[in-house]
Write a protein that binds this ligand. Structure first.
Ligand code: PLP
Ligand code: COI
Length: 334
């Protein structure tokens, strides 16, 4: 293993192992660690034709005291089960999910980036329907696979502000569509609008609600949050937005810091009035947004991270790395 931890981005690379569970005859097995990344599947598998494929994303951190801790794995276990229910897939008990995360991280512990490098170990659980079928129905067999990847910043530049563009493809929903489902197919549908944003030199697409185009939903990779001139934390409440664990945690941190938090429908017309804007999520952490392009209009939020976002970022990453107290018991030690 020869990894330059400080230079990591958000790219796949194999590690020592991945952990696979199989669901058959109505129950999950005990799981097995695999050192290969290949998977044998029937070409008629449900996940390939009818899209029974859901996933999660969470991170493990090397803390200041040398211990490895995972951030809120129970919340991701609960969300995986919510996605599973929406796509008629089997749930995986949350306690078992947390245990699986600890098991796969423990087996790959040498891939957790050292404290101080800014890196973390990204854990990606994915569940797929594997029954060969040609008629549309839910699969009878499934695999739940946990892969782990050491990662650095999702957007190069860390906390340097990125540019965003309001999706021109107005009628497309944000990656989760209605129902808050973290499903593979929802992301595939976001690829084209995200490509258009990149062609306009923007790192990320910002999706409006697909019905009226008047309300902000979320970014292609993350939730939207803004700080108003009065210092209020504002984030969209919408059925099409993924309930982000990061956003929920930041809202709690904001309240802890004495800020007012509003989760409510957010109008596009509010954009010019915001003081600071950011994207938040496990992969993007808290990435400030410097400019938002809306057709021929542009809203600007500065070329450096603003003071409120900076304090939220420092508190959040401080908790994750064991530098600041874990007041809410969010960390699970491996
Ligand atoms: N929104 C979208 C579209 C995402 O892909 C993600 C990442 O998972 C999020 C929001 C943030 O969710 P979380 O903070 O739970 O990672
Ligand atoms: C995550 O943040 O975990 C996601 O799944 C988002 C994706 C852009 C990697």
């Amino acid at each position: 293993m020869n990894i330059e931890w400080e230079k990591l981005g958000f790219e796949f690379r194999p590690t020592k192992s991945n952990l696979r569970y199989t669901y058959r005859d109505g129950k999950w097995d005990d799981g097995e660690l695999f050192e290969t990344y290949d998977l044998t599947l029937s070409v008629a598998s449900n996940c390939l034709h009818y899209g029974q494929a859901i996933f999660e994303g969470l991170k493990a951190f090397r803390c200041q005291d040398g211990a490895v801790r995972v951030f809120r794995p129970d919340a991701n276990g609960e969300r995986l089960n919510s996605s599973a229910r929406h796509l008629l897939m089997p749930e995986f008990p949350v306690e078992r999910f947390v245990e699986a995360v600890r098991r796969v991280v423990a087996d790959n512990v040498e891939y957790v980036p050292p404290f101080g490098t800014g890196g973390s170990l990204y854990i990606r659980p994915v569940m797929i329907g594997t029954t060969p079928q040609i008629g549309i129905s839910s699969s009878l067999t499934y695999q739940l696979i946990f892969i782990v990847v050491p990662v650095g910043p999702y957007y190069k530049g860390g906390i340097k502000p990125v540019d965003a563009m309001i999706s021109l493809d107005y009628d497309r929903a944000a990656p989760h569509g209605t129902g808050h489902i973290k499903a593979a197919g929802n992301y595939a549908a976001s690829l084209y609008p995200s490509r258009i944003a990149k062609e306009h030199h923007c790192s990320v697409a910002l999706f409006m609600d697909p019905k009226t185009h008047e309300f902000i939903d979320e970014f292609g990779t993350s939730n939207f949050l803004a700080i108003t001139a009065d210092g209020v934390y504002v984030t969209p409440k919408s059925p099409s937005v993924l309930p982000s664990v990061t956003n929920r945690s930041l809202m709690q941190i904001a309240r802890d810091l004495g800020m007012k938090v509003e989760q409510r429908p957010v109008r596009k017309t509010e954009l010019p009035g915001f003081k600071e804007v950011a994207a938040c999520g496990t992969a993007v952490v808290l990435t400030p947004v410097g400019r938002i392009f809306d057709g021929d209009k542009v809203y600007e939020y500065g070329t450096e991270i603003g003071p409120v976002l900076k304090s939220l970022y420092e508190e959040m990453t401080g908790i994750q790395h064991g530098i600041r107290p874990d007041r809410h018991g969010w960390l699970v030690t491996v």
